[in-house]
Design a binder for this molecule. Structure first.
Ligand SMILES: O=C(CO)[C@H](O)[C@H](O)COP(=O)(O)O
Length: 789
């Protein structure tokens, strides 16, 4: 039998395990280290403590295991990420492992000092690399590498300038172990905005005046399980292991942990539970979307991508509830038994699990926990079940955001506290409709994952999936109950509305954006928080840098056909049915002979639905007059008519429309933080706007092709629009192209076939007996060509 050593460099201690090559844990040992908190929100560790702790833990575990060191064939290690160190070059060139002296304590991953200034600055660049941060909507957490490095440069310029390397806990340890400075593709992909397909985030760094960070990052990079080198003589003496023992590349603890749970194929997901939930899934292609992080290419396995979601408070809410209803006098088993006697949906009782904010899909540090629907008939069992259901439904919303982006979870391997409750596991399976796996030794998933990388590095297995097949064993599978899953459908709809309904209250209780600057529990500061604007409104710059693969299918519900007495309720109805945008026709009575409504409707919609993408169609004579008002009201996108931009200059090459005015208006809209687009009446040719769509310099985010005369719903569809759509799609593959007016179940497919990816429909949605079926049919038409947003 061969053996390997796996090490888990956690936040509070470093833990080492001796594993046999079949995945059996022979022995483990941990050494705690200390964290300093010099100021509120700061957290530092001494890298020398890591190194000392590693030596102690490895020596202890080898002694405890009784395994002769000669039978230990490999070494693998994970660490916390992104725990950033700055290293200087000095000392004796003959002893490479002592060359690099750590210059300042590490900025631990949880250190939030870069939250107020640096993380929002990163997001504000709108760089394409931000696609991994909720498709450019953010936040970029203070935990990540670039905000931390930016903080260092701005606040400790001497240290930054003198640093030879700015790198990770992982890189520091690998350098000490092998004498080689090499980055892990895992850390770089998940927290440094590196992408194996697109390279380093050079334009992002340049926009932040941080291009010199490129020279301070390790220049080489290795995939997980690749051999970095052998243990140096000094490292071998420090660990009590043979010199030359192969050291395999590792990565972030949770990401190595998913390997320890046997998650190695597309569709598989790991759910790491504790006080919070972390969702990490594998997908076979690049995706991005609102409300999720990633995808990160090659981040754990070559050729696969990782998607990430998280819930900030989960096990901690169950623990809080137990504490307030009895503490040690009541066990989780008793609470589970009471909750199991309650039917799905808790007889009308809902719990919002956002006790410490929401990480994804809403990324809202101000959101809080709530119980809704309490009656005098509800019991302790109802309330505990509501907590468990609330957390499970929170997971479902995380999965929903991922599904919208194109990731379909096929199974979930669960580790941590939630795995100890059969009821909670069943609830996750029933609510999400996905089977769950429990693996042997799943609580030690990070340690086992590191041991697997050690085994691959040692050559005991030829690949990580090969190691997983031999070393990870599924102990049991929990299948979703079809009836329970169906019963949860309406409960989830109410759960979703609980957050959107309470959000304005939570925000006013939090006192505006004051709390956001602290980078609180919801996962950091959003640019929307920083600018005092809705999230959706600041998407423009990230989207402008997109590729054709980023174009998404979108149903845009036009409220011109809605009940004017209840725009908010109507928009919610359309969203719940599956529409992604809401189209608001502002008509001034002059451009078209009807007066509809103005920016106050946008403001009210924004207040009621903070996440809504509000697509404003200005059918007005003077669009420029409305830009500032719409920005203040919270519009996400403003479309104005080319026909409203007439040229006063008779000698102008385009006598009817002044393209310079169109371009200037689009610029003004974008500068106000919104997406900009134009509307073309049915008779206006596509060629009019061709100068704004030149490859590499697209000046518009969207073109709305009207298939009816402006201002009125319910008119017949003008088929001539299809040719125009096809020409525009040919001209500009990255553009959002809308067809608006007369779009219904009969005309939608032709619009999509011609190249439209946004279907704007009013009568078809709000005039339908079954709104959900109408939106479903439009979505289906879009899905024939596009990934849905
Ligand atoms: O932009 C519009 C009018 O200017 C409306 O969005 C459009 O007319 C909606 O049409 P329908 O009710 O036929 O879907």
């Amino acid at each position: 039998m061969s053996y390997v050593i796996g090490v888990d460099g956690g936040t509070e201690s470093i833990r080492a395990g001796v594993y046999s090559s079949d995945g059996t844990l022979v022995a483990s040992s941990a050494t705690p280290y200390s964290t300093q908190y010099p100021k509120p929100g700061w957290a530092e560790q001494d890298p020398e403590d890591w190194w000392a702790g590693l030596g102690a833990a490895v020596k202890a575990v080898v002694a405890k295991s009784g395994v002769p060191v000669s039978e230990i064939k490999g070494f693998g290690m994970d660490t916390t990420c992104c725990s950033v160190v700055a290293l200087d070059a000095s000392g004796n060139a003959l002893r490479p492992c002592l060359l690099w002296m750590d210059m300042r304590p590490c900025l631990l991953w949880m250190d939030m000092r870069s939250g107020a200034e640096c993380a929002p600055a990163v997001l504000a660049t709108g760089d394409a690399a931000l696609r991994v941060n909720s498709a450019g909507q953010g936040p970029v957490s203070a935990e990540w590498m670039i905000p931390k490095a930016l903080w260092l440069k701005r606040n400790e310029p001497d240290t930054y300038a003198a640093a030879k390397y700015v790198c990770e806990y992982q890189d520091f340890m690998n350098l000490r172990l092998t004498g080689r400075m090499v980055a892990s593709i895992n850390n770089a992909s998940i927290r440094w905005h590196y992408c194996s397909k697109r390279g380093w985030p050079t334009s992002l760094l340049a926009a932040l005046d941080l291009s010199d960070l490129m020279e301070k990052w390790p220049q080489e990079m290795l995939e997980l399980g690749a051999v970095i080198g052998g243990l140096t003589r000094d490292a071998a003496a420090h660990l009590g292991l043979p010199e030359g023992l192969p050291v395999a590349q590792g990565g972030a603890d949770a990401f190595v942990g998913i390997l320890g749970l046997g998650v190695v194929n597309p569709g598989e997901m790991a759910l790491l539970t504790g006080s919070s939930h972390l969702h990490l899934g594998l997908v076979d292609r690049e995706i991005s979307g609102g409300g999720m992080w990633g995808s990160y290419s090659d981040a754990v396995l070559h050729g696969l991508y990782v998607v990430e979601g998280g819930q900030t408070s989960t096990g901690s809410v169950a623990a809080w509830f137990r504490k307030i209803v009895g503490g040690d006098s009541v066990s989780y088993q008793e609470l589970d038994a009471e909750a199991a006697a309650v039917p799905p949906g808790c007889e009308g009782l809902l719990c919002l699990d956002h006790f410490q904010g929401n990480r994804t899909p809403f990324t809202d540090p101000h959101s809080r926990g709530a119980f809704s629907g309490l009656s005098l008939g509800h019991t302790r069992g109802h309330m505990f079940r509501a907590v468990l259901e609330g957390v499970s439904m929170g997971t479902e919303l995380v999965l929903e955001a991922m599904r919208k982006a194109g990731y379909q979870p096929t199974s979930i391997a669960v580790a941590g506290g939630a795995a100890r409750s059969p009821l909670w596991l069943q609830l996750h399976a029933d609510v999400c409709g996905v089977p769950l796996h429990i693996t042997k030794g799943g609580t030690d998933a990070c340690l086992l994952g590191s041991a697997m990388l050690a085994a691959v590095g040692a050559g005991l297995y030829d690949s990580i999936p090969g190691a997983a097949a031999a070393m990870v064993k599924i102990e049991r599978t929990i299948l979703p109950d079809k009836n329970a899953h169906a019963a949860y459908g309406p409960v989830i709809a109410h759960y979703r509305r609980l957050y959107t309904s309470l959000k304005p209250l939570f925000h006013s209780q939090a006192g505006g954006s004051a709390g956001a600057a602290k980078g609180g529990g919801g996962g950091g500061v959003t640019l929307g928080d920083k600018l005092g604007k809705p999230l959706a409104a600041v998407r423009a710059r990230g989207d402008a840098l997109r590729t054709a693969a980023d174009v998404r299918g979108i149903v845009d519900a036009s409220i011109l056909a809605a009940d004017f007495a209840d725009f908010g309720g109507e928009a919610e109805r359309a969203l719940e049915a599956g529409a992604q945008w809401c189209h608001v026709d502002i008509v001034d009575g002059h451009f078209a002979k009807i007066l509809t409504f103005g920016p106050p409707v946008v403001r009210s919609l924004r207040r009621r639905l903070p996440q809504l993408f509000i697509d404003v169609h200005l059918a007005v004579e003077n669009p420029g007059e409305y830009i500032a008002q719409l920005a203040a009201a919270g519009a996400s996108q403003v479309l104005f008519h080319v026909e409203a931009c007439r040229s006063a200059d008779a000698g102008h090459p385009s006598p009817t429309y002044c393209i310079d005015t169109v371009a200037a208006l689009a610029r003004e809209i974008r500068a106000a933080g919104m997406r900009a687009g134009v509307v073309l009446n049915p008779e206006t040719p596509a060629a009019v706007i061709a100068p704004l769509l030149s490859p590499g310099a697209v000046q518009l985010d969207c073109v709305d092709c009207l298939a009816v005369q402006p201002g009125f719903g319910g008119q017949p569809f003008d088929k001539s629009v299809l040719q125009k759509v096809a020409e525009l799609r040919e001209m500009c593959p990255t553009l959002d192209i809308q067809v608006d007016g007369g779009v219904n179940l009969k005309t939608a497919a032709a619009c999509v076939q011609a190249g439209a990816n946004v279907l704007t429909a009013g009568t078809c949605i709000f005039g339908a007996e079954d709104c959900a079926a109408a939106v479903g049919a439009l979505r289906q038409a879009l899905a024939a060509r596009w990934t849905l947003q």
